[in-house]
Write a protein that binds this ligand. Structure first.
Ligand SMILES: CC(C)(COP(=O)(O)OP(=O)(O)OC[C@H]1O[C@@H](n2cnc3c(N)ncnc32)[C@H](O)[C@@H]1OP(=O)(O)O)[C@@H](O)C(=O)NCCC(=O)NCCS
Length: 382
């Protein structure tokens, strides 16, 4: 996992590299409350990207971030004009990049922007104000059609999660969803089942995508997950289910399981997919149709997920659940997925509509017409 923070040799070296490049476009220059020092926020030049990547002090530079930013620059989702540094008295003290992507296949003209690579002077007394300005004063470069800006804090792999949250709040980005992480390890025996099995499972390879879409569009009804609820309201349950199927990697097809009862009636589904690191999977999604909730079927679904992960050779599953989804939180702990075993915890902050933060932007009505699902699948590591 990457870590970041100033205080090692790379940081000083990168300052030198960075300052070698001059005549950059100044977005804003104004006195800072920090003892009269000058804060300047500017976009970078292409040749500055390598130095920009090392600014967080990570040794070596965060390769994953580098890959993502370069890819986004290449396919037009970002670019040097959307990649920023904030300098105090001409020395870099912060950075971020905006990456704008289509929100959903069903609403292709709507864009959502992700704030990535955020690094700030975490120990400075004015860090929140610097971060706020870095976000708010760079929103003007976002392309037309960007209707929401997302930013995340997760203590598992980000320093200063609490400060990040304060920055997002100060920038007018309230909490959109909070999710607790759960870790399952194949080396630990699963708790014994509390009742005789009642379900049997068929993979998406066996039953095809239409059956899956039908059951998923039923099981999202009444969900307590805020992100799923939000996007389902926006696009409707059928489009939501189709969008979710877009996350299917053919390698995971044997672990996308439909649950049927003894009469062959569709009860629910559980989707296990590779996630982030070799040997690691996640529960991409899980659901029980409303008519048969409260009968403990979720336990059998999770046990089937555990067995599928073992069959696929995964050592771990890292999954997360909305902290307001009490039935799902309890079911995870009952079935070998432990929240104390991982610091993974997601604070998802969101600015929406972006129009409220810049003149002439989208109205709430525009937003409802245009925005749509993004990252509907379970775990997300920005
Ligand atoms: C969460 C879910 C999978 C639980 O499945 P389940 O088989 O009904 O789980 P349980 O049998 O353990 O139910 C536990 C309790 O929660 C209640 N409950 C379950 N889902 C509920 C919901 N969406 N709203 C209110 N109560 C709910 C059940 O009625 C039951 O209450 P009871 O013990 O008083 O009878 C199922 O509710 C569901 O599919 N929800 C929508 C999709 C979802 O949230 N998926 C998880 C995303 S991470």
């Amino acid at each position: 996992m990457p870590s970041s923070g100033p205080g090692n040799g790379t940081y000083e070296a990168s300052l030198g590299d960075f300052q070698a490049h001059t005549s950059l476009r100044i977005v804003k220059r104004a006195p800072s409350p920090h003892e009269g020092s000058m804060i300047a926020i500017r976009s970078i030049q292409p040749k500055e990207l390598d130095a920009w990547l090392t600014l967080s002090g990570t040794l070596p530079a965060d390769e994953r971030l580098g890959r993502r930013v370069r890819a986004a620059w290449e396919d037009g989702k970002s670019g040097p004009a959307m990649t920023f540094v904030v300098e105090r008295d001409a020395r870099p003290v912060g950075r971020l990049v905006h990456i704008s992507s289509p929100a959903a296949t069903v609403l292709p003209t709507a864009l959502e922007t992700l704030i990535l690579g955020l690094w700030l002077p975490w120990d400075a007394d004015d860090v929140v104000d610097i971060g706020r300005r870095l976000i708010v004063e760079t929103l003007g470069v976002l392309p037309e059609g960007v209707l929401a800006v997302d930013a995340y804090a997760n203590p598992e792999y980000m320093p200063a999660a609490e400060i990040r949250r304060s920055v997002f709040e100060a920038a007018g980005m309230p909490l959109f969803q909070e999710k607790e992480g759960f870790l399952w390890r194949s080396s630990e025996a699963d708790p014994p089942p509390e009742r005789e099995p009642r379900l049997h499972f068929q993979s998406i390879e066996d039953v095809g995508q239409d059956s899956f879409a039908r059951v998923m569009s039923r099981a999202v009804i009444g969900t307590l997950d805020r992100q799923d609820h939000y996007y389902r309201e926006l696009v409707g349950p059928r489009a939501w289910a189709r969008e979710m199927l877009g996350y299917l990697d053919p390698l995971d097809a044997s672990a996308w399981l439909l649950a049927l009862d003894g009469d062959g009636a569709e009860v629910g589904y559980v989707l296990v997919g590779a996630f982030d690191e070799p040997g690691q999977a996640t529960i991409v999604h899980i659901g029980v149709v409303p008519e048969v909730r409260g009968r403990g079927h979720v336990d059998e679904l999770l046990q089937a997920a555990n067995a599928a992960a073992r069959r696929r050779g995964f050592n771990r599953m890292l999954s997360d659940v909305d902290v307001v989804n009490a039935p799902m939180l309890a079911a995870m702990e009952r079935n070998g997925h432990s929240s104390p075993a991982t610091p993974w915890h997601v604070w998802h902050h969101r600015l929406e509509p972006v129009g409220s933060a810049r003149p002439g932007g989208a109205t709430p009505a525009d937003r409802r017409r245009s925005t749509g699902p993004q990252r509907l699948a379970g775990r997300h590591r920005p």
